[in-house]
Write a protein that binds this ligand. Structure first.
Ligand SMILES: N[C@@H](CCC(=O)N[C@@H](CS)C(=O)NCC(=O)O)C(=O)O
Length: 206
């Protein structure tokens, strides 16, 4: 199978971490996509992923799966190793809920700030911007950081007592936040300690 991606971008990072956690990085072929050059918006790429985003998973039978959560769901199902998306219905539901909070409240909010309230990827790619909405999303991201700090005061990981896809999403969200200069509010000690623990995992640091 192939993963179309762009090195250094935050969403591809999520899938890279998931693959490494499953010990499966060497089971896929990575295909570079030149996002800065607009390759993801060509008709050839949009035939595979009409959303024009990376990462994109292409299976050997030609099935294309876009969006990190869908890709991680598939990788988690086919590769051995600790489950990232949960096993029992209750565990899966809690992980899914926390993952949605991390994605919409942090990852996507930082993305909206970056693309709408800063120069983002530059004038060739940022063809429509709404700065007010982007600035509001920075607030959303920082409120989510405060929320996650509270969660991590009570539990070791974002969705309970073990590492899951919700940690991957939240971690990539903080990486993106640092890049986009969305500061972590003062005194969020639990969030910062968790970030440092996650950053030291072999799937990220190795
Ligand atoms: N919801 C998507 C988001 C993917 C996404 O936005 N990827 C960025 C790179 S980190 C991208 O392709 N951006 C292209 C653009 O902004 O035109 C996912 O989970 O994969």
């Amino acid at each position: 199978m192939k993963i179309y991606e762009t090195t250094g971008f935050p969403n591809p990072l999520r899938v890279r971490i998931a693959l490494a956690e499953k010990g499966a990085t060497n089971k896929v072929i990575f295909v570079p996509v030149d996002v800065m050059g607009g390759e993801h918006r060509t008709s050839a790429f949009k035939a595979k992923n009409p959303d024009a985003t990376v990462p994109l998973l292409e299976l050997d039978d030609g099935t294309c799966i876009a969006h990190c959560n869908a890709i991680t769901e598939y990788l988690d199902g086919i590769f051995d190793g600790p489950s990232l998306t949960g096993t029992s219905p209750k565990e899966r539901a809690v992980i899914a809920m926390m993952n949605i909070r991390a994605e919409s409240g942090l990852m996507n909010a930082v993305g909206a700030y970056f693309h709408h309230a800063t120069q983002g990827l530059g004038p060739d790619l940022e063809t429509w911007q709404c700065p007010d909405w982007g600035s509001k999303q920075k607030e959303v991201a920082q409120l989510t950081m405060i929320y996650l700090d509270g969660v991590l005061t009570e539990s070791d990981f974002v969705a309970g007592n073990r590492f899951t896809v919700a940690d991957i999403t939240a971690y990539a969200g903080l990486v993106f936040a640092e890049f986009a200069k969305v500061e972590i509010p003062e005194n969020l000690r639990a969030l910062k300690a968790w970030r440092d623990r996650v950053a030291a995992r072999p799937s990220i640091n190795g």
